[in-house]
Ligand binder design. Structure first.
Ligand code: COA
Length: 259
């Protein structure tokens, strides 16, 4: 395993991998932290876990890009490249990736959470794209993943006013998928990840891929993707196990191999 200074990567016996950001007071997503996340995602891609949890400290997931690294357009190009390559790699992991958001998820922190498949928020969580208050715009995918998650008009309002959204509103608008008591956050994220990690992983990966690919196609093209993927999934070992188990023992009893 690589040496990390700004995060920890914990590969648990139950198949869940936990990435915990640990970069100073506010987990600023500096170029160095983004590089470490890329290495961690590379490790996970090379040796896939069953599910992934991405989390931060007790008070925040991350306060966004490291503002002290900002400059002019040249620095901006490097920062956008750093964010996009990192968050695209995270989003492309063929496993269910859960963001556990304890508190502030601002700017790049919100964009990191949006690159995950599912967001579990503490009741203390606060999401926002406050870049506009610095006279800039989101550069880590916020202008694209946020409207695809909460709708165009709500995303515009958040990006154009910089207004921060608390957990209850985040749940209502679909920015958070669940809100739990603060002290239950990690327990709930790990319970869901553990359940998913014991599932039919090859089929999960196909479902994730088709849903993601379908978001940027027409309905007709998306349905064609699904048709091909539905055939593909029947070539997996788990589809044989799952169907046979259902016929013999009823629903939900299958022990999958992940293949
Ligand atoms: N990049 C670099 N440094 C940051 C930072 C960021 N995104 N966010 C906070 N910091 C620094 C602060 O400058 C401060 O540094 P100091 O201790 O040397 O003075 C330290 O982190 C703590 O921040 P502070 O604002 O005092 O803490 P807080 O608990 O009152 O508030 C936040 C925490 C996250 C709500 C607040 O810092 C914030 O709004 N940060 C900026 C978020 C943002 O605009 N992100 C988008 C970036 S494009």
């Amino acid at each position: 395993m690589a040496d990390y200074e700004l995060l920890t990567l914990d590969r648990r016996d139950d198949g869940v991998a936990v990435i915990t950001l640990a970069n100073g007071k506010v987990n600023a997503l500096s170029q160095e932290l983004l590089a470490e996340i890329r290495v961690a995602v590379g490790e996970l891609t090379a040796d896939l876990p069953g599910a992934v949890v991405v989390t931060g400290g007790d008070r925040l997931l991350a306060a966004g890009a490291d503002i002290s690294q900002f400059g002019g357009p040249d620095e901006a190009a490097k920062i956008a490249e750093g964010f996009h390559s990192t968050l695209d790699a995270l989003a492309a992991l063929p496993r269910f990736v859960i963001a556990a958001v304890s508190g502030y998820a601002l700017g790049g922190g919100c964009e990191l959470a949006l690159a995950c498949d599912y967001r579990i928020a503490s009741e203390k969580a606060v999401f926002g794209q406050p870049e506009i208050l610095l006279g800039i715009i989101p550069g880590g995918g916020g202008t694209q993943r946020l409207p695809r998650t909460i709708g165009v008009s709500r995303a515009k309002e958040m990006c154009i006013t910089g207004r921060q959204v608390r957990a209850d509103e985040a749940l209502r608008i679909g920015l958070a998928d669940e809100v739990v008591a603060h002290d239950q956050l990690h327990e709930r994220a790990l319970a869901l990840a553990t359940q998913v990690a014991a599932g039919a992983l090859a089929a999960q990966a196909i479902a994730k891929r088709v849903i993601d690919e379908g978001r940027s196609t027409s309905l007709a093209d998306g349905l064609m993707l699904e048709r091909a993927a539905f055939v593909e999934v029947f070539a997996t070992e788990d589809s044989q196990i799952g169907v046979a188990s259902f016929l013999e023992h009823g629903p939900g009893k299958a022990s999958f191999t992940g293949h």
